[in-house]
Design a protein around this ligand. Structure first.
Ligand SMILES: *[C@@H]1O[C@H](CO)[C@@H](O)[C@H](O)[C@H]1NC(C)=O
Ligand SMILES: *[C@@H]1O[C@H](CO)[C@@H](O)[C@H](O)[C@H]1NC(C)=O
Ligand SMILES: *[C@@H]1O[C@H](CO)[C@@H](O)[C@H](O)[C@H]1NC(C)=O
Ligand SMILES: *[C@@H]1O[C@H](CO)[C@@H](O)[C@H](O)[C@H]1NC(C)=O
Length: 467
């Protein structure tokens, strides 16, 4: 068997043999020009790859200037890729191209979503869909939103006895051979062939990865939603983000307002962030028993500020959620009056990674039920500020990449952006804000990035205040 595996390894994408080249431009580069980079992926023998499908990301940055922007990567499906960057600052800029997952590992991920879904259907007690021929079902489908949730009926108990919801674990099975497709450290196959690092690794430049950007001469329309400069986020085509550095400016912004946070743990981070900055006399109601799950409530009576956090409904992979607290975001939105003093921040993405994409966006699935509820809220109270947080990239281990790969997140993120396109909500682009930043990718972005993201939220909530 070994020789067979051996030959297969020689054909997978190897980052050490892959490279990128800056496409030269006569007269150099000026602010508002575009920089194009071509990327050639190669296999172990150094032969150019003939097909695409690899997941690459790119950014252009300058650490000293606190500047960074994401490049638009295009897969030509023949082993070459192009990354295009708008040039937004004057001075040096360094290109970084990262191979997040090889096309070979993505093939494994695609198979796992299918298997995982079928596997959990067989093994777990509750899921988005279960086989009714195996055992009687309890149907917990939400009557209002239509979001599906089923459990096998426990024998001797009726369906009304459900108490709590516990993450059942994953069932991701891959072979030892397939494991080598998810390596963050140098790995030797068959003692002498290094398959190298193939997950979240930089691809090197053929010659030079830097360019010097000269002052601008003409205008072009750039692709990314924003960029960093001077350690601040500058959205492109939307109002300036102001800086809310102190308790007093944050309190002044939120005076008389209610902030509703709905979603997963990446939304809970904003609750943690704001409650640290609210005045000391704030009343906090953080349920101790279900500490990660919420619901959480913070009230500042003096300034008439209320902040709440609530996790989204099934499928949710939190440890232990009392069923009384399993609420669909769409239903919670229907319970809001809304108005100019209501700010709603929603983020639902990470817990859907192991389910087929349809579970995220089909007719009565979370993305669309939330979209419809947001529309109803906007009809009732058009001045309500609704902000949707996108997915973000994370630090990938083998376990993480099988259950929660950035590649899975990217697919869901594309759907989310399409669903909320032209819906009048603000997209908090956590994907680009994480990727363009110099700090490493993390499922829960570092406090520094959370602060920059919250500046975007506050700038939207209070266009006139802040620094
Ligand atoms: C790959 O496709 C691109 C875009 O169609 C083309 O410009 C390039 O020449 C192709 N490269 C190879 C090696 O076929
Ligand atoms: C589950 O309940 C919903 C809502 O009552 C209903 O529309 C759906 O058909 C039911 N599904 C099954 C499989 O019983
Ligand atoms: C390579 O980088 C240097 C700065 O480090 C720059 O001055 C030079 O123009 C670059 N060369 C090319 C070919 O882009
Ligand atoms: C906010 O803090 C940042 C980082 O410390 C600083 O660069 C900026 O000038 C501050 N802005 C205001 C308005 O205080």
């Amino acid at each position: 068997e070994y020789p067979l595996l051996f030959w297969r390894f020689l054909s997978i994408t190897l980052r050490a043999k892959s490279s990128f080249t800056i496409v030269p431009r006569s007269g150099g580069w000026r602010v508002e020009d575009e920089l194009t980079v071509t990327i050639q992926l190669r296999d172990y023998n150094g032969n150019p790859k003939k097909s695409g499908g690899d997941f690459l990301i790119s950014k252009l940055h300058n650490r000293e200037l606190g500047a960074g922007v994401v490049g638009q990567v295009q897969d030509h499906l023949n082993g070459t890729f192009t990354a295009v960057f708008p040039l937004l600052w004057y001075g040096m800029a360094n290109v970084e191209v990262i191979l997040v997952q090889t096309s070979e590992s993505i093939t494994v991920l695609k198979r796992l979503t299918e298997e995982q879904f079928r596997g959990v259907t067989k093994k777990s007690i509750c899921n988005v869909c279960l086989d009714p021929d195996k055992a009687p079902l309890c149907n917990f489908t939400d009557l209002n939103t239509g979001e599906q949730w089923f459990c096998y009926k426990p024998s001797g108990l009726d369906c009304n006895t459900r108490v709590s919801h516990v993450k059942g674990g994953f069932n991701q099975r891959i072979s030892k051979e397939e494991e080598t497709l998810f390596k963050k450290y140098e790995y030797f196959f068959f003692f002498f062939v290094s398959v190298g690092i193939n997950m979240k690794v930089p691809i090197m430049a053929v010659e030079n990865s830097s360019i010097n950007i000269l002052p601008k001469t003409k205008k072009i329309k750039p692709g990314p939603s924003g960029y960093y400069y001077g350690h601040q986020w500058r959205p492109i085509g939307s109002p300036t983000v102001q800086q809310f550095n102190s308790t007093s400016v944050i309190t002044a912004c939120f005076k008389g307002k209610q902030l509703y946070l709905f979603g997963d743990s990446t939304i809970r981070q904003y609750y943690q962030h704001i409650t640290k900055t609210l005045p000391s006399k704030t009343f906090f109601f953080h349920t101790q028993l279900y500490n990660n799950v919420g619901p959480f409530l913070a009230v500042d009576h003096t300034n008439d500020i209320m902040v709440t956090y609530r996790c989204h409904g099934p499928p949710i992979r939190f440890g232990n959620v009392p069923v009384s607290q399993l609420r669909y975001v769409a239903n919670e939105l229907d319970g809001l009056t809304g108005g100019p003093n209501t700010v709603v921040l929603i983020g639902v993405w990470s817990h859907f990674s192991t389910f087929p994409l349809e579970v995220y966006y089909q007719r009565n699935s979370v993305a669309l039920t939330i979209r419809r509820a947001v529309q109803r809220l906007q009809n009732r109270a058009p001045e309500t500020k609704v902000i949707i947080r996108t997915a973000n990239m994370k630090d990938l281990t083998l376990y993480e990449s099988l259950t929660n790969s950035d590649w899975y997140s990217l697919q869901r993120d594309k759907v989310l952006r399409a669903v909320f396109k032209d819906s009048g909500v603000l997209l908090l682009d956590a994907w680009e804000m994480g990727l363009a930043h110099y700090l490493p990718h993390s499922l829960h972005p570092q406090p520094e990035i959370i602060k920059l993201m919250f500046d975007v939220v506050l700038s939207n909530a209070c266009p006139k205040q802040g620094g």
